[in-house]
Design a protein around this ligand. Sequence first.
Ligand SMILES: [Cu+2]
Length: 274
Amino acid sequence: MLGFFALTVAACGDAADKDQIARLAMPDPATEQAPATFELWKWAWVAAMITGVIVWGLIFWAIWRYRRRSDDEVPIQTRYNLPLEIFYTIAPIMMVVVFFYWTVDVQNKMTHMEDDPDITIDVVGQKWQWTFNYTGQGEGGSTPYTVGTGSQRPTLVLPVDQTVQFNLQSPDVIHSFGIDAFLMKMDVVPGRINQFQATPTVVGDYNGKCFELCGTYHSRMLFDVKIVDQADYDAYLADLAAQGFEAEEPLLGGEAARTQHGLAEDDSQEGAHE
Ligand SMILES: [Cu+2]
């Protein structure tokens, strides 16, 4: 049935859709770390399918094998079956243990931190936009930055094959920073700095967004991601600086982060009762 469904969907989709079906709806991994998540996803499907086939098989076998053969027949009245009950207690526990083990293993890989990442980006998720600080990467250690506005979403530009450390901060509510092709997201929690590292490996355009329903304009917290080669990256930072988007220290939000272009003062304050 699933195969039939996949075929039906494939028949009316383009090549990209077919690729996505082959990856069981996961985006194409674009970092060194991302395949770990993808492998977990894939093998979880395999395990679920094997379990499904066994369960469906037993259901249909029992329906057929023990069907009523005559109107006045009373089936054997079985009260319990100890081996069967032990099996269906132990087997799910084993499965949960195995899933748990691999989930922890993948989580450790995704949150592994190198001591000396190549670059650091201070990300601020604020109601309801993103600020990306290319910390200390400008001329003389200054920090080029981009701030999204209510009417224009920001672009996060990253150099290919460089380990990037993301420091995530929020001046207001909990957001969640994630990039689809990184197969990774992490909560942005006020009052603490969550961190993770990723090493982009494939030049291209990707999408990022806030994955936490954070308030009225949560849906505006989209951003574009461009993975470029080193020369383009350097040129981009120089361009930001030339346009005046450069600061001594990273912009970490705060009072100023509550008033967005495109949002009335009152709107941006909504829900901000402290
Ligand atoms: Cu958000």
